[in-house]
Design a protein around this ligand. Sequence first.
Ligand code: NAP
Length: 285
Amino acid sequence: MYAITGITGKVGGVAARALLSEGQRVRAVVRNADKGRLWSELGCEVAIAEVEDAAALTRAFTDVTGVFILPPSNFDPKPGFPEARAVISAVRQALDATRPAKVVCLSTIGAQALQSNLLSQRTLMEEGLSRLPLPVTFLRPAWFMENVGWDIDRAREQGVISCFLQPLDKAMPMVATADVGRVAAELLRQDWSGKRVVELEGPDWVTQNEIASELAKALHRPVRAEAVPRESWGAIFRAQGMRDPIPRIQMLDGFNEGWIKFEGNGATLIKGNTSLLEVIQNLVG
Ligand SMILES: NC(=O)c1ccc[n+]([C@@H]2O[C@H](COP(=O)([O-])OP(=O)(O)OC[C@H]3O[C@@H](n4cnc5c(N)ncnc54)[C@H](OP(=O)(O)O)[C@@H]3O)[C@@H](O)[C@H]2O)c1
């Protein structure tokens, strides 16, 4: 039995379906009974837990072989990342109490970076779970290709995408969530000891100009990439409702300046096979 958190989202959903298709038993960890109904119909056990609730997670992780931890995204954390720390504390307590045979935790490219930024939330998660006496794999995917979803309306209507990753001709590793979920399921089926890091990218590195040209193919209209001036980012993010855009800006700086990158250094690097065009066609369709 594998307990899957984040199962109603993109990565967790793919991971769970991959395990089910291999005849594995899955416990769907969801936030309420409504969200569990589909998974129950697909043959899963259902456990109700918020990822900040140690007692509920302990029930959800009891008597399973493997656990998949998907820390929820928080683009606008409070200073010192208290929200992420609450999740880490609850997950640690639940894993310590239940001691599953193995854990796969979704982390991120650049979790090893020393400079503070949005992704430091995952640095803290890796530090917290590394202290557990359990086999833990940290799966560090590249930038998700599905982030293009934020650009589709403007591309369709105005033929432009606004780019924070810069310069526009700089290729960066990206990966489809279909590959992230599939690899997460494969890792859960493996046996290993101690801590390991698996880094995951797509078939090719991608530039912002290439994203525009793939969007143009999928939308059957010209689309160009436009760099958003860095000095305007703070005001843009605040206008979108963010209280503190600094961690997000630091993360974008990290990608653009190259200090958010794959660590290498003994980590396994895996390549996914889903192309950017496939992801964009799905998003557009
Ligand atoms: N975007 C990127 O470029 C990128 C790159 C590398 C790594 N990542 C990592 O990928 C993860 C996001 O994966 P995704 O795109 O699959 O996410 P997603 O589609 O947004 O799904 C999020 C999942 O988390 C659940 N969730 C949210 N808050 C929760 C809470 N308080 N308690 C319990 N469950 C909660 C959601 O459940 P509900 O249905 O109940 O809301 C949903 O199942 C994050 O950890 C992020 O750091 C992202």
